[in-house]
Design a protein around this ligand. Structure first.
Ligand code: HAM
Length: 421
């Protein structure tokens, strides 16, 4: 039997990769305009980094990490997300000494052993951004506005930015206790998973997709009622600044996240055009994480966009696919020899060229040119060589003209509107 890709992973083939490159280019441009610089961190780290930052009782750490035993009993894990590795690098390289604010972005694969379904993969890609060093609510709004700009630039409709505040280490324990008290009475209604995690991580119950859990938490206490003065003021200022920046949002007092490091502002960008896996991007503030991982007390905020989900929302007619521009058809051996340096010269000028390597008839070569969706075909035969000219066929207009072989590059560059090099 043929070997196939592992369940839950995805090949991104030519035809689709152009969509990804398009997203990456647009996103990089915007991130850099906002002062973010790229960071590349390894795809594996010591397991402890993730268990300490994401939280021992989260689904990711409890059951979704790809973990291997290294020699000497040290465990390593394929990164399930990018925030923890970026914060690890931030501390390790003392980036906090270089500037009062450090803005980093990353692109790359993440790995989670989840049940595969549409929009949920075991290897998936994220574009993430992290801003470390400042705890201003204006920065929160700015980060959200940047995400909003990326979405607008990509012309994606039907997204709802939902925001909430998860409070801080002072006010969240009070909420946790209130929620636990409420859930105790609902215990029989909860799914097995929630019954077992209710004590350890009651906030996760609010996010459970099971029908009975949803019913059970319908009237649960909500976190905004438990925020301390400081967190409430912070959240109000975030909302006010979002309005100033004309970023539309809705508040969702039940929004909780699957990672434990969050404090204060949290958010999800949810699509109305996707199925069950409808969160396209998500993130929030994590003011305790740097300290938790052994660095100085440093606030942080960030988000990650899920590439597969975002790419599925892009209108495919937005850009042309990767079409070779020119096909060179030759008649006879002499022509085949002559075109080798011509092709090389055109490519060096940035003109995409394909040709025939198999000695096909002119008719077959024209068929091949069609398959390549070539915009122009250059026909070079004995007669043309003698005259020092070539025939240029416009495949769209179905017209033909003779051009001087010495002006070939200039004529083609002008037709294809490629700037002269
Ligand atoms: P997350 O909510 O776990 O947050 O993931 C962010 C996004 O990655 C999701 O909204 C989704 O689009 C995508 N994603 C997650 N899991 C999968 C999967 N199995 N298959 C396909 N796409 C997936 C984080 O990862 C945080 N590190 C975000 C963050 C950055 N918070 C602060 N800074």
């Amino acid at each position: 039997m043929n070997i196939q890709a592992i369940k839950g992973v995805k090949d991104i083939l030519p035809g689709e990769i152009e969509v990804w490159q398009y997203i990456e280019d647009k996103a990089k441009n915007i991130l850099e305009t906002y002062g973010f610089s790229e960071i590349r961190v390894p795809i594996f780290e010591y397991t402890e980094l993730f268990s300490r930052s994401i939280g021992e009782t989260t689904d990711i750490v409890e059951k979704e990490m790809y973990t291997f035993e290294e020699s000497a009993g040290k465990k390593i894990t394929l990164r399930p997300e990018g925030t923890a590795p970026v914060v690890r690098a931030y501390i390790e390289h003392q980036l906090y000494n270089k500037s009062h604010i450090t803005k980093l972005y990353y692109l790359g694969p993440m790995f989670r052993h989840e049940r595969p379904q549409a929009g949920r993969y075991r290897q998936f890609y994220q574009i993430g951004a992290e801003a470390l060093g400042i705890d201003s609510p204006v920065l929160d709004a700015e980060v959200l506005s940047m995400l909003d700009n990326i979405i607008k630039e990509l012309d994606i409709q039907g997204l709802d930015l939902q925001i909430n505040s998860l409070g801080c280490k002072d006010c969240r324990p009070g909420y946790r206790e209130a929620l636990k008290g409420f859930l105790k009475d609902k215990f029989p209604m909860l799914c097995e998973n929630c019954q077992s995690r209710m004590e350890r991580n009651p906030l996760r119950v609010l996010d459970c997709k099971s029908r009975t859990c949803k019913e059970a938490v319908a009237n649960a206490p909500i976190i905004p009622d438990y925020l301390c003065g400081h967190c409430k003021e912070h959240f109000d200022k975030v909302k006010e600044t979002l309005k100033t920046l004309k970023v539309s949002f809705s508040t969702n007092p039940r929004l909780v996240r699957g990672l434990d490091y969050y404090t204060k502002t949290t958010f999800e960008l949810v699509s109305t055009n996707l199925g069950a896996q409808n969160t396209v991007a998500a993130g929030g503030r994590y003011d305790g994480l740097v300290e938790e991982l052994g660095g100085p007390k440093t606030p942080g905020i960030g988000f990650a966009i899920g590439m597969e989900r975002l790419a599925s929302l892009i209108k495919k007619d937005k850009f042309r696919t990767n079409i070779p521009y020119i096909f060179i058809a030759t008649i006879g051996d002499e022509a085949k020899g002559i075109v080798i340096p011509i092709i090389d010269g055109l490519r060096k000028k940035g003109i995409k060229v394909e040709t025939d390597y198999e000695g096909l008839s002119l008719k077959s070569q024209m068929r091949k040119a069609d398959k390549f969706q070539a915009r122009y075909v250059l026909i070079i035969g004995e007669d043309e060589i003698k005259k020092g000219s070539v025939l240029l066929r416009d495949m769209e207009k179905k017209t033909q003209e003779e051009i001087d072989i010495n002006n070939l590059t200039e004529v083609l560059a002008a037709k294809l509107m490629i700037p002269a090099k």
